[in-house]
Structure formats: C-alpha cells, structure tokens
Design a protein around this ligand. Structure first.
Ligand code: NAD
Length: 250
C-alpha cells in the first residue's frame, strides 16, 4: 500500500475474542494492518500477548486480555476497562470451542459448555459493548460456522450454538440498526487451524471430496471478509450470514 494513502480503519478501535491463534489471530492482525487499534482477548493474558505484540508492530496500539467469554461478570468488567480507554468501533466475537460426539453419547456438560462459550459468550460481549458501539455507529461481526447452517453429524451441540449465533445476529441487527450499528455473521467452512489440525488423513480426504473448490480454506480468507465488513465498503450490509466454505454448503 502507498504509505501516503490512509488506512481504512485508522482511528478505529477493535476488540477480537479468541485472538491468540487461528482465525482470531488472523482477524486481529488484518484489522491492525488496516490501522485499527486492537484489543486481543483470549483465555489468558499470556496466550493473547503474542497476538497483541504482532498487532502493535502494525498499528498505533494493541493490548492483550484474558477472560473466559462465558463469564458474564468478568466480560462486563473487561469490556468496561477496554471501552473506557477510548470507546469501541468494531467487535469481533470469534472465540469458540468444539466438544464433538454423537447425540446418544453426548454428555450434558459437553452441550452446556459449547453453548456457554460459543453462544452465551457472543451475548456477553455484545451486550457489554452495545452502549460503546452505539456511540460509534459501530460494527459487530460474529464468527459462526457453516455447520450452524447445514448441521453436522457428531456436532449437535456445536451446530446448535452456531445456529443460535445466526438468530442472535439477525435480532441484534434489527435492534441496533436505528443507531447505525451493523451486525453480521460469517459462517466459515473448514479452515486450516488448530481446530482442524486434529483431523486424520482419511477424515481430511473425506472432507475434501465434499468441497467443490477442493481445498481447506485459510484464516486469511476469513479475516479479509472481516476487514471488509468493518470498513467503509461494508456499511450497508447488516443482519446477514456470509458463508465462506469453498462451496461445501452448495
Ligand atoms: P482455535 O481453537 O484455533 O482458537 C480458538 C480461540 O478461542 C483461541 O484464541 C482460544 O483462546 C479462544 N477461546 C476458546 N475458548 C475460550 C473461552 N472460554 N474464553 C475466551 N477465549 C476462548 O479455533 P479457530 O479454528 O481459529 O476458530 C475460531 C472461530 O471460528 C471459532 O468460533 C470456531 O468455531 C469458528 N470456526 C472455525 C472453523 C475451522 O475450520 N477452523 C470453521 C468454522 C467456524
């Protein structure tokens, strides 16, 4: 980029959950590359620090924070601390976990925990940040999953949590549109991260046979859409689910 051209997110403040690795790390760095100051949130401040240091090298500032996204009171305190320092323009709810298993053998705790992190975590951050986002005519971007749209055997808990995020996003989009806030969900297909590294060769081959583009996606192919939605070009998109899955759901 020409060094004289302004970066589209210069002066914006962003918060990314699950920023320590994988898709969240790519999102944090992409927002920083476009000029945003990024608060990197992960389960512990130590795990978030490498991401915040990478962001700080790209933009005017970055910070590292540790919280369990499912802990409502802790999230409220953290969002207050981050927004007091200068507001918030962009909230990216990306933290997520899987605890796969067939329904007949799924432990109650595996259902509850996945919903607590993947769905209640999105509620916690969005509610805590709403006032600051309204002041900024901000952007909310929630990372769901294509599994929340089409379902997946062995992931009833995960699919339910991710489908919940889609309904939540559409409702919040309607509620906050009058204040100039947009809310959208991205539904990735299979993306190369720690979450998919656990697949064995056979699972990988089976997976690839179902993806028309014939490959697993990259975290950068998700982060590029986040910066688009967060930037000036994304201002008239709200309440949508944007599927980025190489055609898997076709
Ligand atoms: P990952 O496992 O590599 O990273 C997950 C991140 O979430 C980490 O930073 C971790 O610290 C954080 N996290 C987990 N539980 C947390 C908690 N309770 N509190 C705070 N932070 C917590 O995962 P990823 O593959 O980068 O996935 C990121 C998001 O994208 C998730 O929501 C996931 O469901 C979604 N997704 C991933 C894929 C994929 O193929 N990798 C596909 C579709 C959707």
């Amino acid at each position: 980029m020409d060094s004289s051209s302004p970066r589209p997110l210069e002066g914006k403040r962003a918060l990314v959950t699950g920023a320590s690795r994988g898709i969240g790390r790519a999102i944090a760095e992409a927002l920083a590359t476009q000029g945003a100051v990024v608060a990197c949130v992960a389960t512990s401040v130590d795990s978030a620090r490498p991401a915040s240091e990478a962001c700080a090298a790209l933009t005017a500032g970055a910070s590292a924070h540790g919280v369990d996204v499912s802990d409502t009171a802790a999230v409220q305190a953290l969002v207050k601390e981050i927004t007091q320092a200068g507001g918030l323009d962009i909230l990216v709810n990306n933290a997520g976990i899987t605890r796969d298993g067939i329904l007949m053998r799924m432990a109650e705790d595996d259902f509850d925990r996945v919903v607590a992190v993947n769905l209640k975590g999105v509620f916690n951050f969005t509610q805590a940040a709403t006032r600051a986002l309204m002041k900024a005519s901000g952007r909310i971007i929630n990372v769901s999953s294509v599994v929340g749209v089409i379902g997946n055997a062995g992931q009833a808990n995960y699919a339910a949590s991710k489908a919940g995020v889609l309904g939540f996003t559409r409702s919040v989009a309607k509620e906050l549109a009058g204040r100039g806030v947009t809310a959208n969900a991205i539904a990735p297909g299979f993306i190369e991260t720690d979450m998919t590294a656990a697949l064995n060769e056979q699972q990988r081959a089976d997976l690839l046979s179902g993806i028309p583009l014939g490959r697993i996606g990259t975290a950068e192919e998700i982060s590029a859409l986040v910066t688009f939605l967060a930037g000036p070009a994304g201002g008239y998109i709200t309440g949508q689910t944007l599927i980025v899955d190489g055609g898997l759901s076709l």
